[in-house]
Ligand binder design. Sequence first.
Ligand SMILES: Cc1cc2nc3c(=O)[nH]c(=O)nc-3n(C[C@H](O)[C@H](O)[C@H](O)COP(=O)(O)OP(=O)(O)OC[C@H]3O[C@@H](n4cnc5c(N)ncnc54)[C@H](O)[C@@H]3O)c2cc1C
Ligand code: SF4
Length: 551
Amino acid sequence: MATSSSSTGDMHADVVVVGTGVVGAMIAHQMAQQGHSVIMLEAGLRRPRGEFVERWRDMSFYNRLHSDFQGLYPQSEKAPAPLYFPPNDYVGLHGPNGSAYQQGYLRVVGGTTWHWAASCWRHLPVDFTMQSSYGVGRDWAISYDELEPYYCRAEEEMGVSGPHDPALQSPAQRSRPYPRDMIPFGYADRRVAELVNPHGFQVVPIPQGRSIQPYGERPGCCGNNNCQPICPIGAMYNGIQHVQRAEALGVRVLDQAVAYRLDTDDHNRITAVHYYDAGHQSHKVTGRAFVLACNGIETPRLLLLAANERNPNGIANSSDQVGRNMMDHSGIHATFLANEPLWFGRGPAQSSCIVGARDGEFRSRYSANKMILNNISRVVPATEQALALGLTGEALDNEIRRRAACGVDLSVSLEPLPDPNNRLTVSKTRKDPHGLGCPDIYYDVGDYVRNGTQAAVDQIRQIAGLLGGTELRITTNYNANNHIMGGCIMGHDPKDSVVDGNCQAHDHPNLWLPGGGAMPSASVVNTTLSMAALGLRAADSIHAAFQATKL
Ligand SMILES: Cc1cc2nc3c(=O)[nH]c(=O)nc-3n(C[C@H](O)[C@H](O)[C@H](O)COP(=O)(O)OP(=O)(O)OC[C@H]3O[C@@H](n4cnc5c(N)ncnc54)[C@H](O)[C@@H]3O)c2cc1C
Ligand code: SF4
């Protein structure tokens, strides 16, 4: 079916999708495959991969060293994303652990997976029942078994490589094999597993959205370790791949189109999305079904910004839960020098992970954790450390080599509980260039995470000991992991949740809010595969509503 436009530039489609990240793009693609007309609105710019690669090459040593993954993506003048080198304070952060919520996310066609690491994890079945299993947090409105077929589909869409041996799977409850064979362990993965597994730890391969053989139009990964912040050859999955597939089926994508208002009718159905173009001209798109897939921060922000007479607290917000329960895997880092060369940093940026403490009865008291054996090359930090020793010439070269070969970086994720006080609101004073209030976020990691940190630190010390570690450093401030969850939380009861198990808004019969915002528990694993699975489930729900002529 075709989209239509009027002489004023207003348009109409069956389905209007706001946000062209992985979640929005996958939904648009599915809807178009089923014959629905689709328009996508995207706040950010559209730019080619080669430009991002050039900007990365031109970046300063300092910015590279400190992992400035945001800076190489050009920003739309009118739709900023958070920047940290220096900070642009687009997101205001408050509360005991406000600084731990410094999320990276992009506002660009294709979204944030341009610079993700492509780890594609599933939640454990028990993660869906935290309240009934452990008496903490909340249960999902759906079970693992209900989401499982969508996990399989999301893995197919992204071409995920993972282990076929159930002993290496986390979780092992799966109805289909991974679409691609696991990326083989490197030397570091094998050696660390050899040293730590006999002591109760479990090193498993990270399932990931890249493979060593070509997948569809994607080339095979050539292992040059540049995934964050940009895969130069497009071997790593990212949202732009589904944007392009959707466009090939006739989906229209409007860039620099910032959605800011939604119209509702007497039945509280959404009738239109209004957006500003690059020249601050307002237009509207009418439709029959609406999807907001702007990510875990921008979706609740838009819902609050779009408050109208019928919905004075914001769209979809009769429960007052929009913007509450904000979560991320606030984490810590540990670095040390092993007493033998391990050579981390060969192959893709994600390789293996220690998941021994992912579940257990302790979760009724404190957070689980997972420890990524960070496979990002250690040459840059090794160089900084060797220079700081005042070395020159051959001694400097040798020390850089030693530190790069023996350096270990553990990236530890902890599991927050949903807390309504961890809240996103819209600033009354700080505005974006369109005059729309910027997001403000209050964040406290909570005692559950604080207590889990102590357990993680004990485990790190043991692991470092097993590798003969020296110069062990464990960060004391929590860092963000960019896994934004909770702001449109899922539940059965419209009084205390925003969406149902299909990510359909309780308050509006034709509005879907899929992605991280809907997730009621965080688990300890990266969240995008779960977000994509929720997106595909939402797409089925929209299609079913069309079939039942409810839209
Ligand atoms: C450095 C980094 C590494 C990561 N690594 C991993 C990993 O290995 N594994 C993993 O699972 N996750 C990872 N993540 C997280 C992952 O990138 C996100 O979970 C995922 O991209 C979210 O997808 P999304 O479609 O919900 O949102 P996004 O990809 O953020 O897309 C949302 C889109 O909506 C647009 N938008 C926002 N507001 C509006 C508006 N008002 N109007 C129109 N458009 C709008 C934005 O411009 C954006 O393009 C990482 C994140 C970062 C920053
Ligand atoms: S290692 Fe990363 S950057 Fe290099 S080809 Fe593979 S996915 Fe792309």
